[in-house]
Ligand binder design. Structure first.
Ligand SMILES: O=C(O)CCC(=O)C(=O)O
Length: 293
């Protein structure tokens, strides 16, 4: 385990709702993950398993839109070599105040030059089907990021705003991508301070599930690729709320009948303070490293 948060970083996260970090993973991890982007978005799934959400596929979707896949780890063991890192789980658990962290989903994101925004939102607004509906995310830049390059943007202190937003009705590509956040800021009322995540490749940002975030047009000449590990508490369970909002229809398929426990085959535990980690992860990562070698 390499990445370790300092107390000062954790304190900054508590007050801002996000934390920028210059290095989370090394260059070899970045190179490995980037090499899988083209095949994944062509629909070539190394394990033979389709990711839970394929929001963009070559030949099917508009080249103007940002490319997104959720749960790339199920389709590609090389992607899993980053997503399943225990140090990322430990950092998310510490920031969440949890005894441990498990993966809810990953996001494989690719914004080529000229592509459109992703709407501002609060991640926890999508989690009514999880108890507790809390998330801490680790967003890893796979390219150096710039403010004009469509990088992720956070709003300082917005995790303290009202926790009543709804999942975005138009997530992929809206020109007015900040509008829901601006309405929420007006209701507070506060003047929102938007902070772009400008970091070298391998760096990134952690964010709180109630922090408002999104990203604008990629107006640069360079791609903006990133890999996000969205963690929930190792103790999280299904909430029993059968409403159909947000992403519940996709992920509640993994709930066993009459049982609120989250199955580690689909929501694996990365790290706990007692030393527990889901059994298949290390072998799965070893296989991914061998494939990438
Ligand atoms: O990378 C982006 O543009 C959006 C990422 C995001 O929404 C997230 O990490 O929660």
């Amino acid at each position: 385990m390499d990445f370790e948060l300092s107390k000062a970083q954790a304190d900054r996260f508590d007050s801002d709702g996000f934390l920028l970090v210059d290095r989370i993973v090394d260059d070899s991890a970045v190179d490995r993950a980037v090499a899988r982007y083209e095949p994944l978005f062509r629909g070539e799934f190394e394990t033979g398993v389709r990711p839970d959400e394929v929001n963009w596929q070559e030949g099917r979707d508009s080249p103007e839109l940002a490319r997104q896949i959720c749960c790339g780890w199920k389709a590609d063991r090389v992607i899993a070599t980053v997503v399943f890192r225990a140090d990322i789980g430990r950092a998310c658990a510490r920031l969440g105040g949890w005894p441990g962290a498990r993966v809810h989903v990953d996001n494989v994101l690719w914004k080529p030059p000229g592509t459109r925004p992703l709407a501002f939102h609060q991640d926890s607004a999508y989690l009514g089907w999880i108890d507790p509906p809390e998330m801490i995310s680790c967003w890893i830049a796979l390219d150096d990021t710039t403010a004009e390059g469509g990088t992720l943007e956070h709003v300082r202190g917005s995790h303290h705003w009202a926790r009543d937003s709804k999942p975005a009705s138009h997530f992929h590509g809206p020109s007015d991508y900040r509008s829901a956040m601006e309405a929420a800021a007006k209701a507070e009322p506060v003047d929102p301070e938007v902070v772009p995540v400008v970091v070298p490749r391998g760096g990134g940002a952690f964010h709180h599930g109630w922090a408002w975030h999104g990203s604008g047009f990629n107006r640069s000449a360079n791609p903006r690729r990133s890999l996000v590990v969205h963690c929930i508490s190792s103790e999280a369970r299904f909430s029993g709320d059968a409403s159909n909002t947000g992403i519940a229809p996709i992920y509640r398929r993994y709930q066993r009948h009459g049982d609120l426990a989250m199955d580690e085959n689909y929501f694996p535990i990365l790290w706990t303070e007692s030393g527990y980690r889901t059994a298949f992860l290390d072998d799965y990562m070893r296989q991914g490293l061998a494939l990438a070698a």
